[in-house]
Design a binder for this molecule. Sequence first.
Ligand SMILES: Cc1ncc(COP(=O)(O)O)c(C=O)c1O
Length: 396
Amino acid sequence: MKSGDGARGTPGEQGGFIPAVDLASEYAALRPEIDAAVKRVLSSGRYVGGPEVEAFEKEFAAFCGAGHAVAVASGTDALRFALLATGPEGGERRPGGEPAEVVTSPLTFVATTEAISQAGGRPVFVDIDPLTFNLDPALLERALTPRTRAIVPVHLYGQTADMDPILLLARRSGAAVIEDACQAHGALYRGRPAGALGDAGCFSFYPTKNLGACGEGGLVTTASGEVAGRVRRLRDHGQSEKYRHLEEGYNGRLDALQAAILGVKLRHLGAWNERRRLLADRYKTNLRDLEAKGDELALPAEAAWARHAYHLFTVRLKRRDRAREALRERGIEAGMHYPVPLHLQPCYAWMGLRAGSFPEAERAAREVLSLPLHPGMTEAQVDRVCKALRAAVDAG
Ligand SMILES: Cc1ncc(COP(=O)(O)O)c(C=O)c1O
């Protein structure tokens, strides 16, 4: 389970348990619309792909200002297919060849690098900018080599990476830019939507995301008809037409029930993101003095170029683990995104990267704590979290 996933904990003191996210209440608020969409799909007899998926693709493309949107079965599929579709036909998967290098951040969910490896590439890490938690463009140039085929900036927590310098370096080196926008539905970079900034954008509709399905789902955005066509083929066993397989592909299609539910929720995404921003502001207003008092707490910074979608409200705390435990004792669920940077995960031991290789990602992994944030949260709940956090910090 990646984050709260609507799990219920033990009721805390004064006012009950505050979950990191609350998916059941999100459904309850939209029950008539979602129930009608589900009934419509069940009665239609079209359960995989079809008009529901096509309609959602059109709506999401318009939302992102992208020419094309191709719905797939997960964010991981979106990344895998986008990488394959922007690469040479079958090239990276050819046995025996040198793997292409794909540059990304070590502070992300493992799906980013799984997709890189599964597309036949080799993940290469670049440390993060400590203010935004995203790939630091100042460190990118020295990581690029003649074998670099793509760069995957991750728009972590709902704030885009600093894309202009990344795109410039990518253009100079001939690398494709695949945005991992799995946490950034509705985020803006210099006024432009995440997903419309690089060669392709990859979204996840895992239930806890700003736009979440009632199951798994994902989507690729792109301005290129060619890339979109290749992703469409890859998601459907490499078929150009029924039973004509131009290449081996995957079973990576979105089902119609998820598309119909996502279509309903998409109409609310703008308002939900506004609500997230309002609650994030309240956290900041409440905690600003605590941040100013010492170096114990740092609040998330919104970069000048960004419109943060606050998928997560992630603070830094010097004594993170103690604060997290203190919140838990008061019935407040807080997450860590992520407690171990990818280069130190057992599955990447083969890279031989030791502690100290990416100091900012490693420091973030020790310090980050994601406080509860979802559109259904009340101001009073934010205030309660702040009070509990203040008590934890003051207790030392
Ligand atoms: C940054 C990031 N990349 C990729 C993914 C993978 O998405 P999914 O779980 O839909 O496969 C996620 C979602 O968990 C994510 O947060």
